[in-house]
Write a protein that binds this ligand. Structure first.
Ligand code: AN0
Ligand code: CP
Length: 315
């Protein structure tokens, strides 16, 4: 495995889940695998869970770990080709990335959508330059269009807590004061399409995700109807893809509350965090016994460790 960017990179999903539960059961069983191997985690954006869980996962495997907030601790990077570098960016990504690659065996990189250019975001311009120039395997720590470590952890959590063979899983949009990327929603949809679940997406008109992620998926514009009989409710905000990066709806009736959760089949509540309480979800729901947000975050160590282990085994 030379890259982990999307669901197809993990190979057979059932086998990946088996591997994940083996890692979860014995997290220190493979601590020799990473001896004298180094991973560098590069962040263009903030993080709590990804930053901590990826370090923990690598340390469980015996690796050396370095973390770089590239635009704070490094030099602001120019990513455009052929430009005269007379702006506030003293270093080009075409130098920085091969150099980082000299110091490690694996790279994790977080680079959110900037909304400056839909084409640049959806062609994964920054992530692909790490793949092209680093010379080492690359793991996405959330890119412009996907968040695979999160989605893998989400699927692990659903497998752990499902009460039936093929649960109904609902991805619901919810309001947020800022324009957020589509990455988490895209990625969740991509993984749920490959999983053995009944999958439904619900969102206001104008918040349709890109076809590549939702082809064949049921989209229900009536949130309450979508919630009926659900076993898992996965809430996330995202800005409009069609009206790229715009917040065209802040309808607070989409907030996930107890009344809507009562329409479900005693569903578990999930969110990748960070979450804006009483925008995305009410205090009552996120604090209820059906809330899995902490267990979901704990499984971020499992998803990262399973992926890093697979990469180390194929170095
Ligand atoms: C800028 C906000 C980033 C946020 N990340 C997560 C993990 O929620 C998101 O993808 O919406
Ligand atoms: N869910 C997630 O990736 O959290 P962070 O943005 O805090 O890493």
């Amino acid at each position: 495995m030379k890259r982990f960017l999307k669901v197809t990179d993990i190979g057979d999903l059932k086998q990946a889940l088996k591997d994940a539960f083996e890692v979860k059961k014995n997290p220190y069983a493979f601590s020799e695998l990473g001896k004298n191997k180094t991973i560098i985690l590069v962040f263009f954006n903030s993080s709590l869970r990804t930053r901590l869980s990826s370090q923990k996962a690598a340390m469980n495997l015996g690796m050396n770990v370095m973390v770089l907030d590239i635009n704070k601790d490094g030099w602001k990077l120019e990513t455009e080709m052929g430009v005269v570098m007379d702006s506030d960016k003293p270093e080009h990504i075409k130098e920085a990335v091969p150099v980082i690659g000299q110091y490690c065996d694996l790279i994790g990189v977080r680079s959110f959508a900037t909304f400056e250019n839909k084409e640049d975001d959806y062609s994964e311009k920054v992530l692909n330059q790490f793949i092209q120039y680093s010379g080492v395997p690359v793991i996405s720590l959330e890119s412009a269009t996907r968040h695979p470590l999160q989605s893998f952890a989400d699927l692990i959590t659903i497998e752990e807590f499902k009460q039936k063979e093929r649960p109904k899983v609902v991805l619901t949009w919810a309001p947020h004061p800022r324009a957020l990327p589509q990455a988490v929603a895209n990625s969740f949809a991509e993984w749920m399409k490959e999983a053995d679940v009944e999958f439904v997406i619900t969102h206001p008109k104008g918040y349709e995700l890109a076809d590549e992620f939702t082809e064949g998926v049921t989209v229900e514009y009536d949130q309450k109807k979508a919630f009926e009989g659900a076993d898992f409710i996965y809430a996330k905000n995202w800005s409009s893809y069609t009206d790229y990066g715009q917040v065209t709806c802040q309808d607070m009736s989409w907030t996930v509350d107890e009344e809507k959760m009562a329409l479900t089949n005693n569903a578990k509540f999930m969110h990748c965090l960070p979450v804006r309480r009483n925008m995305i979800v009410t205090d009552g729901v996120i604090e209820s016994e059906n809330s899995l947000v902490v267990q979901e975050a704990a499984n971020r160590v499992v998803s990262a460790q399973t992926v890093i282990k697979k990469m180390l085994e194929n170095l």
